[in-house]
Design a protein around this ligand. Structure first.
Ligand code: QAP
Ligand code: CO
Length: 173
């Protein structure tokens, strides 16, 4: 297993629409395991394949207190959505920033599991937020797209500066 490198906003790779997964094979299961390891290491509660540079419709989530309820979703789709709720969202690709985002409150999601079997799941509260946030990643969308241009630009400039500083460090090490 391995901890993968997480891309940060405004990396253009985060803006691609990801491709559906055609077959769920051992290589896919290894990627899923590595994504869980990367998410738990961060630590985070959700991670989508585009965040680790893989342009596939795949995401992992664990919103449990004990980090013992891993959920993998392949080719996920929201099939019903009701209500509205705001939640303070963050993102492993936008480290250090949290903003209120309004989304449907209760959803039903359909996906394939790590064995390629289709399942459906009802989600509310944090899980519903997280599923929708991660599906957005598969469509090249980030939570910062829901906030003002001014706030998004500020976040972009700060993260670009941090990335430059990291590159300098890496070059001199
Ligand atoms: C998406 O986000 C999410 O800024 C998952 O410095 C977030 O795991 C769904 C994280 C909130 C619903 C509500 C963020 C870690 C983790 C940071 C995450 C950071 C370190 C974010
Ligand atoms: Co995210």
């Amino acid at each position: 297993m391995a901890v993968l490198n997480i891309l940060h906003f405004p990396d253009p790779k985060l803006r691609r629409v990801a491709e559906p997964v055609e077959v769920v094979d051992d290589a896919m299961r290894e990627l899923i395991d590595n994504m869980f390891e990367t998410m738990y290491d961060a630590p985070g509660i959700g991670l989508a394949a585009p965040q680790v540079g893989v342009n596939k419709r795949l995401m992992v989530i664990d919103v449990s207190e004990e980090s013992d309820q891993p959920l993998a979703f392949i080719n996920p789709e929201v099939i019903t959505a009701e209500g509205k709720k705001s939640y303070d969202e963050g993102c492993l690709s936008v480290p250090g920033f949290y903003e209120k985002v309004t989304r449907p409150d209760v959803i039903r999601v359909r996906a394939l599991d790590r064995n390629g079997e289709q399942f459906e799941m009802d989600a509310d509260d944090l899980l519903a937020v997280c599923v929708q946030h991660e599906i957005d990643h598969l469509d090249g969308k980030l939570f910062v797209d829901y906030i003002s241009n001014l706030k998004r630009q500020r976040i972009k400039r700060t993260l670009e500066k941090e990335e430059k500083a990291r590159l300098k460090q890496t070059a001199s090490a």
